[in-house]
Write a protein that binds this ligand. Structure first.
Ligand code: ASP
Length: 324
């Protein structure tokens, strides 16, 4: 009898030690876009900040890019739910359920919502050799060139696709859209003149604008931005596209069924990362706004994504866009 008791006590102690041990090995954050782009950038900065409150545990980034974020998102939906595989993605979590007729994940039931990270404005930028120097000149140029204008994006359901779709429907012009696996390869082609225009997050366009490597035409918020390199760029709203506003958010997820205590540890690490002065400084320097409201809580995060799905449905329906 004594023996059995001793055994079950030690088994209990062992399982408690196991439960407390999270994290006891490196964590992987899957980024569903190419390395060097905005989502990758946010994930890498976040990983660095989260490591501090996870006893220095290494967090590695796995870029599973393609198909407008759906490849990497599927990878996490099917990953082992032990807290060692996480997902950082953006507004694509809310646009893909609306856009894709067949999706191999369910945004509501296949994930644990861990909290939101940031809101990021976008910028409309052009290749350096584009003859238009202002938004008014750009409108004329688009008017003359119509569907010969090459507008890059990071695939159907990406942030740049969302911005580009709204932009084309506002101007009532159908351009040629060119999909990439992320912003990094799209910007490389914009710099090389293979595409004409791109609407993308400030996290990656700020340095290009500052270095005068691309032509900036507008920001996508209703108010001008305060980031020094971006503060003189007019909004689309003030240049005639009334109420044009797109801001992109990023957030953190785990596969459904990840143990509650592990989720709690991860959510606490996320919350302290969002208050980390280094993380906040880096994000603000790139025009991003770190989330400091209730959306860092899992339930509020999920509610917010559901409200975004409801918001984008009619937008894409009206534009007649869908993917298989
Ligand atoms: N900014 C990209 C998009 O348009 C994705 C990325 O590379 O982060 O969705």
């Amino acid at each position: 009898m004594k023996k059995i008791l001793a055994f079950s006590l030690s088994a209990l102690a062992a399982s408690a030690a196991l439960a407390q041990a999270f994290p006891s090995k490196p964590i992987t954050i899957v980024v569903p876009f190419a390395a060097g782009g905005p989502t990758d950038r946010v994930a890498r900065d976040l990983a660095e900040a989260m490591q501090k409150s996870l006893n220095g545990t290494t967090i590695v980034i796995d870029n599973a890019a393609g198909a407008g974020s759906t490849i990497g998102t599927t990878k996490v939906a099917r990953a082992k739910n032990d807290g060692y595989t996480l997902l950082v993605t953006h507004v694509g979590m809310a646009t893909t359920p609306v856009l894709y007729r067949k999706l191999s994940y369910n945004y509501e039931t296949d994930f644990e919502y861990l909290g939101m990270i940031n809101d990021v404005p976008m910028t409309l930028i052009g290749r350096p050799t584009l003859e238009a120097n202002t938004f008014a000149e750009l409108r004329d140029w688009i008017g003359k060139n119509g569907n010969k204008v090459n507008l890059g994006n990071a695939g159907i359901g990406s942030a740049s696709h969302l911005c580009g779709t709204l932009f084309q429907s506002e101007l009532k012009v159908e351009m040629t859209t060119v999909p990439y696996k992320g912003t990094a390869p799209a910007i490389a082609d914009l710099l090389g003149g293979q595409i004409d225009l791109l609407c993308d997050q400030t996290t990656n366009t700020t340095a290009q604008i500052e270095g005068k490597k691309v032509k900036p035409y507008a920001v996508t918020m209703l108010k001008r931005l305060s980031t020094p390199a971006l503060k003189d760029i007019p909004t689309l709203d003030e240049q005639g596209l009334k109420n044009f506003q797109v801001s992109i958010w990023h957030a953190l997820y785990a596969p459904k069924g990840t143990p509650a205590d592990v989720l709690k540890t991860l959510n606490e690490a996320l919350k302290s990362a969002l208050k980390d002065p280094d993380f906040v400084r880096k994000q603000e320097g790139l025009g991003a706004i770190v989330i400091a409201d209730k959306r860092v809580d899992p339930a509020e995060h999920k509610k917010f994504v559901q409200s975004e799905v409801a918001r984008f449905g009619p937008v894409f329906k009206a534009a007649g866009i869908y993917a298989d």
